[in-house]
Design a protein around this ligand. Structure first.
Ligand code: FES
Length: 101
């Protein structure tokens, strides 16, 4: 995954109020664990009370297969997210958006 600093700056660019997380479930991403990533999001979104802030969706090939598991946050690509990075990703997102979790 892009390091935290880079992620913050590009998430800050213009996410708007609604944040849609599209996790790729295409073949390459499936093989690299996209369902584990989705399960971690399903676990941590409620734990961090982000259900009203974040929508989780599955997407077919995001044309970034060499960086599986691909995640798109609104219009921004986040490369190579793994299941162990999901919680930190959500915490960083909440911090950047100044949501109280
Ligand atoms: S299969 Fe996930 S980006 Fe192509």
């Amino acid at each position: 995954m892009t390091d935290n600093k880079n992620m913050r700056s590009y998430l800050l660019e213009d996410l708007g109020e609604e944040v849609i997380l599209n996790v790729c479930v295409g073949s390459a991403c499936h093989l690299k664990g996209s369902y584990d990533v989705i399960n971690e999001f399903k676990k941590h979104i409620p734990e961090l009370k982000l259900q009203s802030k974040v929508k989780l969706k599955g997407a077919f090939c995001l044309n970034n297969c060499t960086s599986a598991v691909s995640l798109r946050v609104n219009d921004f690509e986040v490369d190579k997210i793994s299941s162990v990075e999901v919680r930190e990703f959500l915490e960083t997102l909440a911090e950047v958006k100044q949501w109280n979790t």
